[in-house]
Design a protein around this ligand. Structure first.
Ligand SMILES: Nc1nc2c(ncn2[C@@H]2O[C@H](COP(=O)(O)OP(=O)(O)OP(=O)(O)O)[C@@H](O)[C@H]2O)c(=O)[nH]1
Ligand SMILES: [Mg+2]
Length: 651
């Protein structure tokens, strides 16, 4: 394949990385995002443009405040271009010394200024004092600088008070784009840990840069003492190197001089040991090799950062999945908390009434001589309209009590630092939650817990996702203080009996009657007993498998509540009814469908109310983050894999 095609494909893969990465930013905490975006910036502003175009390499003079950076820069560039003052922190922007032929070339200048990542137009410096104002980089034409090199005067990285560094951000940004650093330090700063830490990160942050060390010190210091100090710096900025002396391109000393301060002389810079003079070293750099080495190591570092970002994004998405699904399970539990009593007496009474209304006239009259005339009239006139049920105040009161209690428990759970949830591992919907939690626990992410509690159930502990912690805390606070009575009242109306259920009761009566054998038909009077069932029957909820509770009961199967697997409601039929085994079975079979229909009909709208008024607000951000980052994450994975495969083939 020819080189052009390879370059285009590589460029496309890099563009895909940039595009996908930017969409993943919301998954990272501030520090992580800064770190990740600096890699993306480098890719955008340096690696991609330099795949096709040539541009001078950047040699940046760096160091603490007032160490003499601008003095050294002016010396290399051959003029008094940059402002020099005794006041530390004077230089607040970048000044680039560029060969005049580059300055004339619009395309190269555009590319060069794009490397500064400011999207700035190239503007020449007019007065040295312009360096005092923060702002976009400026340039100065310097015939002394070779065409393939741009030398940069940069802001210091250590002036300011406490943790507030005045110019550090500006320094960091420009050093990240540079290829070679000239680090200037003094006797006061050579062993300053904060300074050497900064330089170490600048040199090896994203990709490795070459470095030249210049020690400004008294001319009276002997070379061996000066070298010892320089080695200390080398050891601090290359702590992992077996021989730090080999890491620098060159080591120099710059003598303190009042003549330099007065502007009467150039600084004297001497190599420590054998080697070219400093300006000779810089202007004679093998620029192709320097750029290639820098780009190669920057690409490798960017890819490593992308892998880290993918891992972190996956982890963050697990946190979001775990929280979203746990909240959904809690909503389901809240529904059950509201529906923990079944208006059995009311339904049974209506069932018996419908049953009687559907009896052949003779049987009906024989069994129920006291029936209301209106119903007989209805029957004979074939007007078999479903009987309307009036809501039972007693049941409504009970429901409100249960439901308020259930919502209070839900809110209290949501406001805890970590959600504590029991899920059915058999439930297909919670597979994602279980996998996410197992992964988070195995990666020792703080406060996550997942343990099997037997019988197909698992106990989960799910803290608020780190990304949304503060937003969620405020949101939950708001929900808690929000007026709940209005929608809780609506839930009560839903829970009470309705005309649809009456229709179901009528249908069930007709279905049952059609299936009855002659013997069963003869037991018409049996149904009168069901009206004796207690008005409110407590429901026992069982997940996963139906396990009959002690005594006689009707087990209704309830499906489609998130994360609860097979859900069964067991309602006891009191022994006091005195039913024999056959009749008990008959009652159970007949009523099962009715119970199921009742639960299924109430479950959905009550869940919807809980979601709309409580839980949707807690998971809204989780859901949207999961949606917007899913495709970018797989695109990033794909693009990184593509580049890795290329590297593999190239090796
Ligand atoms: N004695 C002595 N003073 C120097 C030498 N080089 C620079 N200076 C003085 O140190 C002070 C700071 O020099 P600059 O070149 O402005 O230092 P800088 O590192 O650019 O400072 P900032 O831009 O403020 O970070 C000035 O007063 C210089 O004249 C030197 O070799 N010897
Ligand atoms: Mg300066």
């Amino acid at each position: 394949m020819n080189e052009k095609v390879i370059t285009v494909e590589l460029e496309q893969a890099f563009h895909r990385i940039v595009e996908a990465s930017e969409k993943l930013y919301p998954l990272f905490l501030d520090d992580e995002r800064r770190d990740f975006s600096s890699a993306v910036d480098l890719l955008t502003h340096k690696v991609i443009p330099l795949l096709r175009h040539e541009c001078p390499i950047l040699v940046a003079v760096t160091g603490g405040g007032s160490v003499g950076k601008s003095t050294l820069f002016n010396f290399i560039a051959g003029g008094k271009y940059s402002g020099v003052k005794s006041r530390a922190g004077y230089t607040r922007r970048t000044l680039a010394a560029i060969h005049p032929s580059v300055v004339c070339d619009k395309a190269r200048m555009g590319l060069l200024f794009d490397l500064f990542k400011k999207n700035a137009l190239p503007v020449p410096i007019k007065m040295p004092d312009e360096m005092l104002a923060p702002g976009e980089p400026l340039y100065v034409e310097s015939p002394k600088i070779p065409e393939q090199i741009a030398v940069l005067d940069t802001p210091d990285f250590d002036t300011g008070d406490k943790d507030e560094f005045a110019n550090r951000d500006a320094a960091e940004e420009i050093l990240a784009s540079s290829d070679v650093l000239v680090y200037l330090f003094t006797n006061q700063t050579y062993n300053n840990k904060a300074n050497t830490d900064f330089v170490r990160k600048a040199i090896s942050g994203i990709g490795r840069r070459k470095v030249v060390l210049v020690y400004r010190c008294s001319a009276a210091y002997p070379d061996d003492e000066v070298l010892e100090h320089v080695y200390t710096v080398l050891r601090n900025i290359f702590p992992d190197s077996t021989d730090p002396r080999l890491e620098a391109l060159g080591l120099y000393r710059m003598d303190e001089s009042d003549a330099v301060v007065k502007g009467e002389a150039d600084p004297t810079i001497r190599p420590l040991g054998e080697g070219p003079d400093m300006v000779g070293l810089i202007t004679g750099l093998d620029v192709v090799e320097a750029r290639r080495a820098c780009l190669r190591s920057q690409c490798a570092a960017i890819m490593a950062k992308m892998n880290d970002a993918i891992e972190k994004a996956v982890l963050r998405r697990w946190e979001l999945v775990a929280y979203r699904d746990s909240v959904k399970v809690l909503s389901s539990h809240a529904v059950l908390g509201g529906l923990k009593n079944f208006p059995q007496g009311l339904v049974m009474e209506k069932f018996a009434e419908c049953w009687r209304a559907s009896q052949p006239t003779l049987v009906r009259v024989a069994h129920w001589p006291g029936r209301k005339l209106t119903q007989l009239v209805d029957f004979f006139s074939k007007k078999r309209e479903p009987v309307q049920l009036s809501s039972s105040e007693e049941y409504k009161k009970k429901f409100l009590e249960d439901f308020r209690d259930s919502i209070a428990k839900l809110l209290s759970k949501l406001s805890q630092p970590a959600l504590s949830v029991e899920v059915s591992s058999a439930s297909a919907e919670t597979q994602g939650l279980c996998v996410a939690l197992q992964n988070l626990v195995s990666q020792h992410v703080k406060d996550y817990g997942f343990s099997s509690s037997g019988k197909g159930k698992a106990e989960c502990s799910v803290p608020k996702p780190s990304l949304l912690k503060t937003t969620l805390e405020n949101e939950i606070q708001e929900i808690t203080s929000h007026n709940k009575e209005e929608w809780i009242g609506r839930a009560a109306s839903i829970a009470c009996l309705d005309t649809d259920l009456v229709k179901d009761i009528n249908d069930l009566v007709h279905d049952t009657r059609n299936k009855l054998s002659f013997w069963e038909k003869s037991k018409e009077g049996f149904w009168a007993t069901v009206a004796m069932l207690p008005p409110i029957a407590a429901v026992t909820w069982t997940f996963c498998t139906y396990e009959p509770v002690v005594g006689t009961g009707v087990a209704a199967h309830l499906s489609a509540l998130f994360g609860l697997g097979d859900l069964w409601a067991t309602l006891a039929i009191p022994a006091s009814l005195g039913l024999d085994v056959a009749n008990k079975r008959f009652l159970e079979d007949g009523l099962k469908g009715l119970y199921e229909k009742w639960f299924d009909r109430k479950r959905e709208p009550i869940l919807k109310l809980i979601e709309e008024n409580v839980t949707d607000r807690c998971i809204r951000d989780c859901v949207s983050l999961l949606e917007t980052t899913e495709a970018p994450l797989s695109r990033l994975r794909e693009a990184v894999k593509n580049i890795r495969n290329r590297e593999g083939r190239a090796e």
